[in-house]
Design a protein around this ligand. Structure first.
Ligand SMILES: [Cu+2]
Length: 508
């Protein structure tokens, strides 16, 4: 095993010619930094009309000691401000691009007209402004917004084009959940990054074959842009709105003292009933809200402890496939444990909030007539290392496919009837996990081998599909019709999306 790894690493040292990467940051500043809550932007309200002005900007912040990091952000130097709206609002969002290149801003998880979606069909050129307007007509939820620029999403999100988007509604306001922003209710945007010696972000070189295929991961863990911070709790019940905003890393989160917590919401909003758990897995793009009881006055640490089951089973592969597999394998996934954040509850006072068992009632889609069934087969050309290396050097983007096709912005792949209920079966015929995301809907996972875990029982817009697995999701498409402007479905490992694991559907 060891000799095989050394052998493969040697191959990579030659084939991929990696740049020197600054790795020691992981050992620094553990829990020394204060938790930062992103500033809240509630917009300018005129009745139920809500106006936002967002500015895509470049900046510079201090993440590592003694160096600064050039970054991108939305209304701040790195990452975005938290947008907060109510169900029933009509939002009018002006997005101005003050970056040196074309970008977009996509409202991830929002049900909205295709022209307002902020995907690859709504590019914003430098110094231009794009107006996105839509009605908020879905339950309270933790959503997010991020760049969706064609072939550039990975790099632009890595630079910082991502923020949180919170919807409130009357029903959830009636619950007595912790809900004071920045007091007992916190956004937790988890991202991993790699840095160069000069402090700049190390994204992806043209010949970084392994990183490109695997998705870009870093060994420095950031929460809201801060390395492994400490959250000083003033209340004994703490609500964390977890967002995996990483490009490619899947997190298996748990507390160091193995304490349990309560999962109250998934991507699409509140679960029907609270789930008590000790660990939760979040792939890129997924969110979950958890409530942690810290009335013991302790200092629990939230960790990412990768599980072996994140790796595919290699037993049935041929030798050439094993070599190919090993190229895409990341030793860190198996061995390393990462600190994410610490809660310091020594000064916490008794919370008046509480977490009921019954949270909400969901629409039961299983009783609806299924208008259509579709199959989405995800593939990566990872069988032969030689093919992959050649392709990487030639710069082709055709390695990643859905139903045999790489993303083509001129091609509509699927036509969906507005208001209809459909079942999509997502088949992963590759040897990597893919988190599959569909725009404009919240779906339910019908069933999966091994059962549904915690937040997977709720409404979702991203679902993990393991190697070799087939997962069915059921969803009702909203009534927005547009013959010309499509929505996207894609893998949310951003380097896979950028390399073509994405398709387009219109709702008609
Ligand atoms: Cu993928």
């Amino acid at each position: 095993m060891v000799s095989r790894r050394i052998f493969l690493q040697s191959i990579f040292a030659l084939a991929a010619a990696p740049f020197y990467i600054f790795k020691s940051a992981r050992a620094m500043s553990i829990f020394k930094n204060a938790f930062v809550t992103p500033p809240l932007d509630r917009g300018m309200r005129k009745g139920s009309d809500l106006y936002f002005n967002l500015n895509l900007q470049s900046g510079e912040i201090s993440i590592l000691p003694n160096v600064t990091t050039p970054t991108w952000g939305i209304n701040q130097p790195f990452l975005g401000v938290t947008l907060r709206v109510n169900r029933g609002d009509k939002v009018h969002i002006n997005v101005t691009n003050n970056l040196p290149e074309t970008s977009t801003l996509h409202w991830h998880g929002v049900k909205l007209p295709a022209g307002a979606d902020g995907g690859p069909h709504q590019p914003i050129k430098p110094s231009e402004t794009w107006l996105s307007e839509y009605d908020i007509d879905q339950p309270a939820a933790t959503l997010w917004y991020h760049s969706h620029q064609m072939h550039k999403t990975g790099e632009q999100v890595y630079n910082g084009l991502a923020g949180m988007f919170i919807i409130d509604d009357e029903q959830s306001n009636l619950l007595n959940l912790p809900s004071e922003y920045g007091v007992d209710d916190f956004p937790v945007i988890i991202q991993d990054r790699e840095f160069n010696d000069d402090g700049s972000l190390n994204y992806l070189g043209r010949f970084d074959l392994e990183k490109g295929m695997q998705g870009v991961k870093g060994e420095v863990m950031l929460v809201n842009g801060v390395i492994t911070p400490t959250l000083s709790a003033t209340k004994t019940l703490i609500r964390l709105r977890l967002l995996n905003g990483s490009n490619a890393r899947v997190y298996q989160l748990l507390f160091d003292d193995n304490r349990s917590f309560q999962i109250i919401a998934s991507d699409g909003g509140l679960l029907e009933t609270t789930v008590t758990a000790k660990t939760i897995r979040l792939a890129p793009g997924e969110r979950a809200e958890i409530v942690v009881d810290v009335s013991d006055g302790g200092m629990p640490k939230l960790l990412h402890r990768p599980g072996h089951d994140l790796m595919p089973n290699m037993n049935n592969l041929s030798i050439i496939q094993k070599i190919g597999m090993a190229i895409f394998e990341n030793d860190d996934e198996v061995k390393t444990e990462f600190n994410i954040l610490q809660i310091d509850a020594r000064q916490a006072t008794a919370s008046d909030a509480s977490v009921p068992n019954k949270l909400t009632t969901h629409v039961d889609l299983s009783t609806h007539t299924i208008a259509n069934r579709r199959v989405m087969t995800l593939k990566m050309d990872s069988g032969s290392p030689l093919t992959s290396i050649t392709t990487a050097i030639l710069g082709s983007r055709d390695l990643m496919t859905i139903n045999g096709k790489s993303m083509d912005i001129m091609r509509i792949d699927e036509r969906v009837k507005a208001g209809s209920v459909e079942v999509w079966e997502i088949r992963n015929e590759s040897r990597m996990l893919h988190p599959f995301h569909i725009h404009n809907v919240q779906f339910k996972i019908v069933a999966r081998k091994g059962g549904l875990l915690g937040h997977e029982t709720g409404f979702k817009d991203v679902v993990i599909v393991y190697p070799g697995e087939r997962v069915e999701v059921i969803m009702k498409f909203p009534e927005f019709r547009d013959e010309n402007i499509p929505y996207m479905y894609h893998c949310h490992i951003l380097e896979h999306e950028d390399r073509g694991m994405m398709g387009q559907f219109v709702v008609v």
